[in-house]
Design a protein around this ligand. Structure first.
Ligand SMILES: [Cu+2]
Length: 107
């Protein structure tokens, strides 16, 4: 997912939510050869006229405590809340991820 800010003012992704799971924005970092995920508790800055990419190995949205299992190919809505742009609902397509083994979040 790529968040594009076409405005001349910077914006900030302040929260993410879904009705079927707990969602949070994380950033993957490698420190001393250890992969760590840091929750973006202060939000994610989206600079003016720029885009921020969410992708595996970088910024990503993490779903936890799913109320119903996700099936590959289906679409689920997630609400992104921005400081200036307000809330925007986005449909995410579920893609298969290997055997779906949970990752250790250290939190
Ligand atoms: Cu994560």
């Amino acid at each position: 997912m790529v968040i594009l800010n076409e405005g001349s003012q910077p914006d900030k992704l302040v929260s993410v939510s879904a009705d079927f799971a707990q969602v949070s924005a994380h950033k993957t970092t490698v420190k001393d050869g250890m992969v760590q995920m840091t929750p973006m508790t202060d939000g994610v800055e989206i600079p003016a006229n720029a885009s921020v990419s969410f992708e595996p190995g970088g910024l990503h949205l993490m779903l936890m405590n799913l109320s119903t299992p996700l099936r590959s190919g289906e679409e689920r809505p997630i609400t992104l809340e921005f400081e200036k742009a307000g809330s925007i609902s986005v449909n995410f397509k579920v893609m298969g991820m290997g055997d779906g083994e949970a990752m250790d979040h250290g939190n």
